[in-house]
Design a protein around this ligand. Structure first.
Ligand SMILES: Cc1cc2nc3c(=O)[nH]c(=O)nc-3n(C[C@H](O)[C@H](O)[C@H](O)COP(=O)(O)O)c2cc1C
Length: 343
């Protein structure tokens, strides 16, 4: 039992005067290509992998699941699991592989994840989570962090949340990323669980007030820099999920706005040129074209010609097409601007 006792092992996240701005873990999206693209926009954002299960790493194609580009640092590996021994083994592997942080997923409500007894359902088992975190900390030197919700099902009181935080923080884990809505474990799809339960940013702000020594980061429904700036008055960090898919260029302002970087924002075309160099090498090594073009789909969001850009880029079907599709999409976007000007 980890209640009422304090274990402090392993590395802790430093509480610093700089906020954490991060790319959320997103299955089927935050693969290494999307992370590389985001890194071209911000040197300071912390990037999370998609959730990887302990089983996938211990018994599957480990090299594939853990592959990343050296430029991706700082990079956190998100794990799904609830077996302390397996989590400890994988933490050692992740540590040796050079990740900067390991994060345990206590927020995913999918049926598949619940069947494996991990994700959001573990909010009901804080002692087990503490045991897992403790085992992980013992086997790595990098910070072990937790991403969770504000509650599950009818367990949605602030007292339920603080009992969870108290129990897990007793291990020495000092960083919690909180998706500011609860999850319904039955009856809602994962997608609905990201929109239907209402957001309660105040619960996360209250956590920071009550646990000033912990690093509390907020997540959920954050779309604009004005919102990020407001949240940072209350918490230590902001994690961005769907906006990174729909409008990744938002990340291009992060270094200047939050890290006092005193240089011009990188333009979309500079990003594209660098990304194409990367994609050429990846394509030669066998990466599928559509995996490489997918992270680019939202790049022109809000700009004239954005629809044309997406339309052309969505047609990236090999073998008839290669990376020239990116130039074609750019030409289509530009011609849409010209047409607008002519009108
Ligand atoms: C397609 C998709 C996949 C996701 N996969 C994961 C995941 O692997 N691990 C996780 O902790 N959260 C996952 N999430 C949840 C996000 O990390 C985030 O908590 C959620 O989308 C709310 O943040 P947002 O409103 O900024 O998108 C996923 C979300 C989406 C949209």
């Amino acid at each position: 039992m980890f209640n009422n006792c304090t274990f402090v092992t392993g590395a802790q996240m430093q509480l610093s005067d700089k906020p954490t701005l991060s790319l959320a873990p997103m299955m089927d999206y935050t693969d290494r290509h999307m992370r590389y693209l985001i890194r071209l926009m911000s040197q300071h954002a912390l990037l999370y992998t998609e959730m990887v299960t302990t089983g996938a790493i211990l018994h599957g194609n480990r090299a594939l699941f853990l592959k990343y580009h050296p430029l991706e640092h700082p990079l956190a590996l998100q794990l799904g699991g609830s077996d302390p021994t397996d989590l400890a083994a994988v933490s050692r592997i992740a540590n040796d592989q050079g990740f900067d942080e390991i994060n345990l997923n206590i927020g995913c409500p999918s049926d598949r994840v619940q069947k494996g007894r991990f994700g959001a359902c573990l909010m009901a088992e804080p002692e087990l989570v503490a045991e897992c975190i403790h085992a992980m900390q013992k086997h790595c030197q990098i910070p072990v962090t937790v991403k969770t919700r504000i509650g599950i099902d009818d367990h949605d009181s602030y007292a339920f949340l603080t009992h969870f935080i108290d129990t897990v923080a007793a291990t020495g884990c000092n960083t919690f990323i909180i998706h500011a809505r609860k999850a319904w474990l039955q009856g809602l799809s994962p997608k609905e669980n990201r929109t239907v339960p209402p957001l309660s940013y105040d619960s996360v702000y209250d956590l920071k007030k009550d646990y000033p020594h912990l690093n509390i980061q907020i997540n959920g429904g954050i779309q604009k820099h004005e919102q990020i700036q407001e949240h940072l008055k209350h918490v230590d960090g902001v994690m961005l999920g769907r906006v990174a898919v729909n409008h990744p260029y938002l990340f291009a302002e992060i270094d200047q706005r939050y890290f006092n970087v005193n240089k011009a924002m990188v333009s979309r075309e500079e990003i594209l040129n660098k990304y194409i160099d990367y994609a050429e090498k990846e394509l030669q090594e066998g990466a599928p074209l559509r995996h490489l073009t997918k992270p680019l789909l939202g790049l022109y969001k809000g700009q004239p010609g954005a629809r044309k850009w997406r339309q052309v880029l969505s047609q990236a079907f090999p073998p008839t097409l290669g990376l020239e599709i990116i130039q074609q999409a750019l030409a289509a976007q530009k011609s849409a601007i010209t047409k607008l000007v002519e009108l």
